[in-house]
Ligand binder design. Structure first.
Ligand code: SF4
Ligand code: SF4
Length: 257
């Protein structure tokens, strides 16, 4: 890292615009230097997981409002090029599950659109390849980012086999409507990677992820270690698959087919 980059990170990155994902990070970088205080509302888990019902959430029109809610909440810039930043997006069945389709499956299943996001893998290669530990796995299984530590090498993007990470090639705030910024959540800077965080900042105050809340029951969320959690119940009662299971990353996002 050159001197100007180091200088910028040290003095610009630590100022009013906080850059850590999650409420703890927001608090830590919002000035005053006081550590985040325990919140009795915080939701806890050993391994958070999401179960998405593709029978209900199966069109671009159904998925778009969830992406809009996520991106508005997290100040995700809308960059009108291939350098776009995305935390939640729609893809075809074939893109989502390249090892799943066969020529005899039902056309209805074949033509479903699938909601994609970071899988919060139990065995995340993105974490293994990050040289600065800017991306790390929390004790509750959430794979998240410390933007202060990101040097923009993009090893994590190469390491993720799901295309779940985006790089800020330019200044992200140029592609945000500053009048509509969510002032409760930090914006990022040019040269860092970002992605879905399973809404850690909402879990910390006792709320479910925004996409889960907006899904009208099409997404189940909960702790895999709790057999009474909505996620375990959905897994018990439905046929589910995960993305690219042969890679061994153990995604924490499951899909009801
Ligand atoms: S989906 Fe990609 S970015 Fe998310 S935890 Fe897995 S390897 Fe990392
Ligand atoms: S869990 Fe939160 S951050 Fe992740 S896609 Fe859903 S709304 Fe976005």
């Amino acid at each position: 890292m050159n001197q100007s980059r180091r200088h910028f990170l040290k003095f610009a990155g630590l100022t009013a615009v906080g850059l850590c994902a999650g409420a703890s990070g927001v608090l830590a970088s919002s000035g005053g230097g006081s550590p985040a205080k325990p919140n009795k509302e915080t939701l806890h888990a050993t391994q958070w997981a999401m179960v998405i019902d593709t029978r209900k959430l199966n069109t671009d029109e159904a998925i778009a409002p969830l992406a809009a809610a996520c991106h508005a909440l997290h100040n995700v810039p809308d960059v009108p090029t291939r350098q776009n930043v995305k935390w939640l997006w729609a893809a075809s069945m074939e893109e989502a599950f390249p090892d799943f389709p066969n020529k005899y499956q039902s056309p209805e299943v074949e033509h479903r659109r699938v909601m994609l996001l970071c899988n919060h893998c139990e065995n995340p290669p993105c974490v293994r390849v990050c040289p600065t530990q800017a991306t790390y796995k929390r004790p509750d299984g959430i794979v998240t980012m410390d933007y202060h530590r990101c040097i923009g090498c993009r090893y994590c993007m190469a390491g993720c086999p799901f295309g779940a990470r985006s790089f800020n090639f330019g200044e992200p705030r140029e592609h945000l409507d500053l009048a509509k910024l969510n002032k409760e959540y930090p914006t990022r800077m040019r040269g860092v990677v970002e992605k879905c965080t399973f809404c850690v900042e909402r879990l910390e105050v006792g709320k479910l992820p925004a996409c889960v809340e907006a899904s009208n029951g099409a997404i189940h969320f909960g702790d895999l270690s709790d057999e009474n959690s909505p996620a375990r119940k959905a897994l018990r009662e439905n046929y589910t698959i995960r993305r690219k299971p042969s890679l061994g990353t153990e995604p924490s996002v499951y899909y009801i087919i």
